[in-house]
Design a protein around this ligand. Sequence first.
Ligand SMILES: Nc1ncnc2c1ncn2[C@@H]1O[C@H](COP(=O)(O)OP(=O)(O)O)[C@@H](O)[C@H]1O
Ligand code: SF4
Ligand SMILES: [Mg+2]
Length: 332
Amino acid sequence: MIDSIQRRDKLSPNLLEVSNLSVNFETIDRTVEVLKDVSVTVGKEEVVGVVGESGSGKSTLAQVIVGVLDIPPARIMGGRILLEGKEILPHPENKVNFRGKGINMIFQEPLTSLNPVYSVHDQMEEAVNIGHPKLEKKEKEAIIRKSLAEVMIRDVEGVLNVYPHQLSGGMRQRVSIAMVLVQKPNLLILDEPTTGLDLIVQRKIISLIMNLKKEVLSSILLITHDLAVAANMCDRIYVMYAGRVVESGKMRDVLHDPKHPYTTMLKNSEPEGYANGAPLKVSSGAPPDLRHLPPGCAFNPRCPMAMDICRSKVPELKKLADNREVACWLYE
Ligand SMILES: Nc1ncnc2c1ncn2[C@@H]1O[C@H](COP(=O)(O)OP(=O)(O)O)[C@@H](O)[C@H]1O
Ligand code: SF4
Ligand SMILES: [Mg+2]
């Protein structure tokens, strides 16, 4: 039994492995450490969440993985990224855009991924050429229409003929989801895919992504400040604070028994559990300013459990039972 599990693990490594990634932003007058020693994995067909308040480094992490981070001002200080066992960071050319080559990303603001000067049809056509390069034109046209219908767009022909700015926010997000899905990514990164949309549209888009995931079987890395969204979608979760992973584990375990005081604070700040889709509000203190972090554990000014050691030494991420990890002096 153990043998067969080990064999299976060898045959199917993680789809994505980010190890010890550190990134700085460097400007003329200061250097800010935005990611510090971040390690994240995504298994095949797994939905993994990265949750944290604004400014915790989530989008920077996504941008490094996809290869769209601007270097400079950003600088990769260390770390390694493997996609399907192949090294994509460090890369000899330092920066390579992997969008459309196995990884793709749906951004918070769909206009980031849609080109304002091309009609929806022309952009969908380009996307289909990536995912289905060998098909005849007629078959490609059929796929374009099918995928727009799958994201619940009723007037497909009408939408095909317009430009992105002529669509509502919710419709733009649907088009950008359809566009990414026809490219058949192995790894789909969603960076705050529903932020700024109203609650009903948010719910529709989440259930849409989850249904489509069943069909295309991609792995998903979901980046969100919204614990409710993560709770609905994810198998596993990483909680980030001030550029570091402070807790990780199975979504269910972390929600039911958070180990890190910051995770507990996130959980308690959800007014009616996780089902209401309300944005994450953290009651105690302001999110950390990466330019002025306190010594020791970055969370110590807000932490009700803080001890002397927390104000002088940074806690390392430590493995606990059940594949959980936590970086907190309470567990040393
Ligand atoms: N282009 C940039 N130049 C300088 N600093 C940046 C830049 N982009 C992001 N940062 C810094 O990185 C921090 C983390 O940003 P980001 O990754 O966008 O966090 P999140 O997505 O969690 O809100 C920001 O608070 C900011 O200090
Ligand atoms: S290390 Fe200390 S300050 Fe940081 S979360 Fe744990 S108890 Fe709180
Ligand atoms: Mg962000």
